[in-house]
Write a protein of this length. Structure first.
Length: 70
């Protein structure tokens, strides 16, 4: 399972409200990673204007030409 830093804060609140046990965010993180095997995942940054077909075309046609050199 994966978690984001936002998830850690939300899980912290749920544990507190459901169990009445107040854990620090660090303790929640150790619980998730150590005992449950979760890892922190951050979203990949991509431009809104990203054009996958143009990128594919560039890789096939332009990159080999640039890689060869003059």
């Amino acid at each position: 399972m994966v978690a984001t830093s936002t998830d850690i804060g939300l899980i912290h609140l749920v544990v507190d409200r459901v169990t009445g046990v107040t854990l620090s965010r660090a303790s929640v993180w150790r619980l998730l990673t150590g005992r449950l095997g979760w890892s922190l995942q951050r979203p990949e940054r991509r431009a809104v204007e990203r054009d996958e077909s143009e990128i594919a075309r560039w890789i096939v046609h332009e990159w080999p030409r640039i890689k060869k050199g003059p």
